[in-house]
Design a binder for this molecule. Structure first.
Ligand code: SAM
Length: 247
């Protein structure tokens, strides 16, 4: 891991741009990392690639940076949503963090019949995904959405997006077998159920989608967070940017 801090910022990035950092990021550089004038860092904004910048000015209340040179151009990243039924405690934070590292482009909590979590702190999920994106060197930030009902998202499912449906009970094809022969890239989503599993009605509903690809993740019943990491990883290895020449 690089010792140079790496930050996501909203501002446009271009040579010689001067940027005043947000309060939290200024505090992080100044008080946590204890960096001063001249120290360098890396920046990305999801649009302009990755840039090196240097701290230009530090005062009590702000840190200004000057953008120097571009280190990497922006490249297209996989279009892979993660749909998951929210789970309790720290494991939901881990889902946002690992989905960020595993290259999910969007994180979408879905409310199912057996979802037991009533409230989802999307701001906290976004903070976890952002921190993961910063440390793992990706060039984009996954978008975190507010929870929606599974029935609503299925009713409006985009015709051009395949749905990799982790189906632990029915006779689904093993995931590697289901993905073999599919064209790399494309628009995809992974769907993971709650700890109590999908109801029979939900299984029928999802399987009824023409875009659904029901898959098994093996003979063991995985916890929802483990299932999410496994499905994202296998998708990346077969169709995403873990393939030879993409990484
Ligand atoms: N309580 C449920 C049951 O006994 O049927 C298990 C739910 S599991 C903890 C949570 C979710 O992870 C499931 O809804 C499914 O989406 C996914 N999952 C876990 N293990 C799986 C497997 N072996 N194959 C496919 N999906 C799996």
């Amino acid at each position: 891991m690089s010792a140079e801090p790496r930050l996501y910022i909203d501002a446009d990035l271009a040579e010689n741009a001067e940027i005043a950092l947000e309060k939290d990021q200024a505090h992080y550089l100044k008080n946590v990392m204890r960096l001063g004038h001249g120290a360098t860092l890396k920046l990305f904004n999801g649009r302009d690639g990755e840039w090196r910048a240097a701290i230009d000015h530090v005062s009590k209340s702000r840190v200004d940076i000057a953008v120097m040179d571009r280190l990497r151009p922006q490249v297209a990243e996989p279009d892979l949503w993660l749909l998951f039924a929210p789970i309790k405690g720290k494991r939901i934070d881990a889902i946002a963090e690992k989905a960020g590292e595993l290259g999910a482009s969007e994180i979408r909590p879905v409310l199912t019949e057996r979802t037991v979590v009533a409230r989802v702190n999307t701001e906290r999920l976004q903070a976890n995904a952002r921190e993961a994106a910063e440390q793992c060197e990706r060039l984009t930030l996954p978008a975190v959405h507010d929870p929606v009902k599974l029935t609503d998202i299925v009713a409006a499912w985009p015709s051009d997006r395949s749905l990799l449906y982790a189906d632990e009970r029915a006779n689904a094809a093993p995931i590697a077998q289901a993905l073999a022969g599919k064209a790399p890239g494309g628009r995809w989503a992974v769907l993971i159920g709650p700890e109590g599993g999908f109801s029979p009605e939900e299984q029928t509903l999802v399987r009824g989608l023409a875009q659904a690809v029901p898959v098994s993740l093996g003979p063991r019943l995985l916890r929802a967070d483990t299932a999410a990491f496994a499905a994202l990883s296998v998708w990346q290895a077969h169709l995403g940017d873990w393939r030879d020449g993409d990484g």
